[in-house]
Design a protein around this ligand. Structure first.
Ligand code: AMP
Length: 206
């Protein structure tokens, strides 16, 4: 069985839902990688950093044959494809079109700053724990304990589930990353020309 990884995805600039949907598509198009489950979408208040718009956040569970560094490199490429600029001057915790964090990978523990596992701040982020708990009430953060207990201790302040915003599973016929991410505009948020697709779901038996 391929290793499982838990990914947190977030966006607070531009067409946030369209970007997250494109991100799901791009992750599903990675080599030997399948998106197994997609959480509900949450609107969340920014944590730290400068004054900035609210985020949309979700959690994905993937099965992948990529190595942990391979998955990190791939997710950073996807971030870049969606217009996130990573530069020494960029403000930490500032607004971003797309942020992908590897929350856990096959239960591994690592204190390597390039890829810390589990993600070093996951246990204190309701925007990670709440959608993860929606997908798997028995989930556990390696080295920290059950997600349910961490979430109960933290509370759900600042995070609101958005039942009208839905991420659909990747479509095999669609490209992984659009040549122009602008084509994603209008594919999502209410009031836009498009609408959310069918609910996210498990696409492969765990
Ligand atoms: P951020 O700007 O918050 O997305 O942080 C990106 C930096 O965190 C990159 O330099 C990554 O190498 C590093 N990093 C360390 N652990 C992780 C992780 N579990 N997931 C994603 N990025 C990580």
């Amino acid at each position: 069985m391929r290793p499982r990884a838990v990914l947190s995805v977030g966006s607070n600039l531009g067409d946030r839902l369209g970007t997250l949907q494109g991100c799901v598509q791009a992750i599903g198009a990675l080599p030997d990688t399948d998106v197994l489950a997609i959480s509900p979408v949450y609107q969340t208040a920014p944590v730290g950093g400068p004054a900035q718009p609210d985020y949309l956040n979700a959690v994905l569970i993937v099965a992948t044959s990529l190595s942990p560094p391979g998955l990190l490199a791939a997710t950073q490429r996807i971030e870049a494809d969606f217009g996130r600029v990573r530069s020494p001057g960029a403000e930490r915790f500032g607004p971003r079109t797309l942020d992908i964090d590897i929350i856990s990978f096959a239960g591994l523990l690592s204190d390597d700053p390039v890829l810390t596992l589990p993600h070093p701040r996951a246990h204190e982020r309701a925007f990670v724990l709440a959608p993860w708990h929606d997908l798997d009430t028995a989930a556990s953060l390696p080295g920290r304990g059950p997600v349910a207990g961490l979430l109960a201790g933290l509370g759900r302040g600042g995070v609101r589930r958005q039942p009208d915003l839905v991420l659909r599973p990747p479509r095999p016929e669609d490209p992984g990353v659009p040549e122009d991410p602008g084509v994603l505009r209008g594919s999502g948020e209410p009031g836009g020309p498009g609408g959310p697709g069918e609910p996210g779901t498990v696409t492969e038996a765990p």
